[in-house]
Design a protein around this ligand. Structure first.
Ligand code: NAD
Length: 489
């Protein structure tokens, strides 16, 4: 019997009276658990508990609120191996990749422990004679995050620590495809002895999300996922008067200049394109060579794709796991076929392959498409699989035009030995996260995760100071105190 997953509401684990969906291990196809698709009335209960908790939690000094986060950091460190195995089993990435995402998640818990400073306002004495003015930050109330399948631990931790450190109460709606990591995370949270209702976990799908978007007591929504859903969430949240920060999909270009260190560049681009089976919103998916870089890079990236070891992420030596589902595998293979029809040549073909002993897994091996026409659909579509498209430009100006011909803007990278080329690229590339000789330009927790264009809807991003601003509202106070002393002025 597979595990029945529970919601965590009002400080207790609750079984939902709901329909259930199976969670599968993408490397084996076996069912691991059943996740509830929580209905609207249960969401409403969670929101009401969160609101009641908020009225007390906002009075707890920030210095006390962060003590729970210090404890959470150490509980996460102790549970690292167990959490990483859970991520690999439900999401498919390798054990090392799971540890990597946990480290980036924990970094956000650490950063949010700085809230007493990060949340400070500012002030002026004597803006007019005897009058002072100051700005303070106050929490919003109940806030919620809706997260995707590809980083089951890290992405919830982009939001949760900042939300509660700033004095809000928080509801997580994780991806229904990878809910087991959140269950483990909340088992740790249960040991923190937080006041009931400060942190809650509500599993589910669209109905659950819509109930959060429509509930008047939910003040802010953080979303990470695909662009069509990001747009939907952004507009529905805004129509209901909520703040929203919605991070969407991506199609990240990398430019390879002829003066780049080709060995290092190939290794980094291969890790970026094929790591996590290409299911990273910061995966490189289009490589644009400039001039002479074309021949050497094309050959070396094809070799790197062919030599990547694909398998079950808990097995030794595996460098790349499966994609998330059978539907995803079929979709990726169909996009590759469409690319061929549009004129691309398949240099390395990852379709129709399997892994010995794991024949029921959802395998797509690394794939390299050459001469992808810039105007083709395959050049514009987010594939979200281990597929790298190659394009070739005569010079940097042409390469930057190709970079900026995309509707997304999550990340753009350049590989070069020239500071001047790097500087031009940094200034002109239309993306919010830039990598210079870096293939996955993932901002540290104390920088905003700065997607642009169709990769982000909103103005304040996740992480760092942006998160603090997103989760607080400013209050400006102008004050005058009469006394014999002030009257002298
Ligand atoms: P998704 O959009 O299918 O789902 C994300 C979340 O939205 C899930 O919790 C899901 O339950 C919910 N959801 C899905 N459809 C919905 C609907 N119609 N109405 C309401 N809620 C709905 O995304 P995914 O497949 O889980 O994740 C992959 C996508 O996420 C990719 O596009 C990837 O680029 C993107 N992503 C972006 C970032 C970023 O920082 N920009 C980071 C990670 C992933």
């Amino acid at each position: 019997m597979s595990e029945i997953l529970l919601n965590y509401i009002n400080g207790a684990w609750q079984r939902a009276d709901a329909s259930y969906q199976s969670v599968r291990n993408p490397a084996t196809g076996t069912i691991l658990a059943e996740v509830p698709l929580t209905p609207a009335q249960v969401v409403a209960q969670a929101v009401e508990c969160a609101h009641a908790a908020f009225l007390e939690w906002r009075l707890v000094p920030a210095t006390e609120r962060i003590q729970y986060l210090f404890r959470l950091k150490f509980l996460l460190e102790d549970a690292l191996d167990d959490l990483a195995r859970t991520i690999t089993n439900e999401c498919g990435k390798t054990y090392a990749e799971s540890i990597g995402e946990l480290r980036r998640g924990i970094e956000n818990v650490e950063t949010a422990c700085g809230i007493p400073v990060l949340m400070q306002g500012y002030n002026n004495e004597d803006v007019a004679r005897g009058i002072d003015e100051h700005m303070i930050r106050q929490p919003l109330g109940v806030v919620a995050a809706i997260t995707p399948f590809n980083f089951p631990a890290m992405i919830p931790l982009w939001f949760l620590p900042y939300a509660i450190a700033t004095g809000n109460t928080f509801i997580l709606k994780p991806s229904e495809r990878v809910p087991m990591t959140s269950a483990k995370l909340f088992a740790l949270i249960d040991r923190l002895n937080l006041p009931k209702g400060v942190l809650q976990l509500v599993n589910g799908g669209k109905e659950t999300v819509d109930a959060l978007l429509d509930h008047p007591l939910v003040r802010a929504i953080s979303f990470v996922g695909s662009t069509p859903v990001a747009k939907y969430i952004y507009s529905r949240a805004a129509a209901n008067g909520k703040r929203a920060q919605c991070q969407g999909g991506a199609k990240n270009p990398v430019v390879i200049m002829p003066d780049a260190d080709m060995e290092m560049t190939t290794r980094i681009v291969a890790d970026s394109a094929f790591g996590c089976a290409g299911q990273r919103c910061l995966a490189s998916s289009v490589a644009i060579t400039v001039g002479e870089a074309r021949h050497i890079f094309t050959e070396s990236i094809a070799d790197a794709a062919l030599s990547r070891v694909v398998g079950y992420g808990l097995d030794d030596g595996v460098q790349m796991g499966p994609v998330i589902s059978a539907e995803s595998k079929a979709r990726i293979e169909a996009i590759i076929a469409r690319g061929e029809l549009e004129g691309a040549q398949t240099l390395v073909d990852g379709r129709g392959k399997t892994v010995h002993g794991y024949e029921d897994g959802y395998w797509v091996y690394p794939t390299v498409l050459d001469n992808v026409p810039p105007e083709s659909q395959v050049a514009q579509t987010e594939i979200f699989g281990p597929v790298l498209s190659l394009m070739h430009a005569r010079d940097l100006d042409e390469a930057i035009r190709l970079v900026n011909a995309r509707s997304y803007g999550n990340m753009a990278c350049i590989f070069t030995a020239s500071g001047a080329a790097a500087r031009q690229f940094r200034a002109q590339a239309s993306a919010g996260n830039i990598g210079i000789n870096v293939g996955v330009a993932a901002p540290m927790a104390f920088y905003p995760f700065s997607g642009w264009n169709e990769s982000f809807f909103g103005d304040l991003h996740g992480q760092g100071k942006h998160a603090v601003e997103f989760y607080t509202q400013t209050k400006v106070v102008v004050e005058r105190w009469y006394s014999s002393w002030t009257r002298q002025f």
